[in-house]
Ligand binder design. Sequence first.
Ligand SMILES: Cc1cc2nc3c(=O)[nH]c(=O)nc-3n(C[C@H](O)[C@H](O)[C@H](O)COP(=O)(O)OP(=O)(O)OC[C@H]3O[C@@H](n4cnc5c(N)ncnc54)[C@H](O)[C@@H]3O)c2cc1C
Length: 511
Amino acid sequence: MKILIIGAGPAGLTAAYELLAKNNNDHEVIILEESSYMGGICKTVIHNGNYLDLGGHRFFTRVQEVSNWWQNIMPSQGALPYDYKTLGREAVITPGGPDPEKTDRVMLLRNTLSRILFKRKFFDYPVSLRLSTLRNMGFITSITAGFSYIKSLIFRRKENSLEDFYINRFGKKLYSMFFENYTQNLWGRHPSEISPEWGSQRIKGLSIAAIIRDLFHSDSKRSEPSLSNNFAYPKLGPGQLWEITAQEIIKLGGRIITGAKVIALNKSGDVITGLEYVKDNQTVTLTGDIIISSMPLKDLIAGLNDVPERIKFIASGLPYRDYMIAGILIKSLALKNETRIRTLGGIVPDNWIYVHDKSVKMGRIQVFNNWSPYMVNDVEHTVWLGLEYFCNEGDSFWSMSDSEFAELAVNEMLKLGLIKSLDDVLDSHVERVRKAYPAYFDTYEHIDELREFLDSINNLYCVGRNGQHRYNNIDHSMCTAFEAVKNILSGTQDKSNIWNVNTDKEYNESR
Ligand SMILES: Cc1cc2nc3c(=O)[nH]c(=O)nc-3n(C[C@H](O)[C@H](O)[C@H](O)COP(=O)(O)OP(=O)(O)OC[C@H]3O[C@@H](n4cnc5c(N)ncnc54)[C@H](O)[C@@H]3O)c2cc1C
């Protein structure tokens, strides 16, 4: 069988690897990838010796099959990485594992720390009830937040929107401090326009009541931010894992055609007989027996022939949120490390920082020095940041030139007190990511009809994040590929197992 896979992101590459590794090369496997990178949204871009992760991708999963897979491609550290070794910090070591100081093919194990920056002060993420929280909020704000919470308990709102959902759980004051602006920034819509369903999926179990319960839990009496959570991270950023996977796929006999944008799929009855892609301005037709697609559902349907009008309407109305990140290299960070966690250069220990300040458009700050010291060319004397912005393709942010956008980001850094002057900035690089977030608005409510239509095409398997229009993380995206391959190899027609990945509404991150 000839199997055509659209997209060399985590889902497409996982599917190809699984097919080739599990089937002794019985199948011809071809991946078509529009860009020149491996890893899709999860790629790593190298700029003047500094590695930019588009987002900050934690490798974290509860699925054993996924952790085994990662371990097979990139074994876990067998010795401490440079920073932990220099600073005397502890981390889990896998006996016999590779030494990050000697080899690149190694998965680091990092402590997670992320906080909220609001009015130049740090708050725990998620918000917790510690003395420092109340001190940072100030007496008046703390009292107002307390009364506003009590009011929300007495006057319960009917939950018609995400705004109602948050206010019922936190009160209006805390909602306006910690949720309203960030949500509006992320989705480009006010929480009053977003379904409450989103809240139950993303912040299940989080409320003031839960925070108060947490206060009496011994771990919350700590005076330092928690470092109890770990995540895995490839030494040179997430794209490294996918570059290695691509090399393994080629070794196993697979083909990866880069710079190949799939523009049409030829449907005949209930099967797809092949597809068309454009490479170097030439249109190429390829026949295939099976199609695994991780391209956005909106584009997939637009490229298919013989689609009912209703299905076209649903697919064309699916919304997305796009994303821009400015990699900014600075001499030093003006934020003070007031924790007891030791870092190279004494910088704040956070992996990423949520920005809740209404005076800026910045959504998050990635501190790549703390993700992997090997991602920064001069980790002792410079700080490599990723300033994240949520936007829509074609809007005023998206249309800026790279230098205009970097200038805007740097000005916001000044406003937030991240740097003292423009002289601190050494270098910058801008990346744009289309369809970074599949959104659950507009025609999304009819997605089941779209799914039913797609399932009626016998040899088509939709996998991944945009491939299913679901907020799938790396592990979920990989699991959809595992399930698709299982079905292909066993000849199972029912595709519900592929769609059922990540539907339990429990967000895979802790709390
Ligand atoms: C800011 C941000 C932070 C994130 N952080 C995390 C995290 O910490 N942990 C985590 O687990 N997940 C995280 N994710 C999610 C993770 O990035 C995705 O789950 C994962 O990349 C999805 O893999 P995929 O293969 O489905 O899709 P993608 O990564 O989008 O890959 C799809 C590929 O298909 C290609 N393609 C699309 N259309 C065509 C076409 N017509 N022809 C040919 N090729 C095409 C694209 O170029 C791309 O390479 C984050 C996402 C974002 C946006």
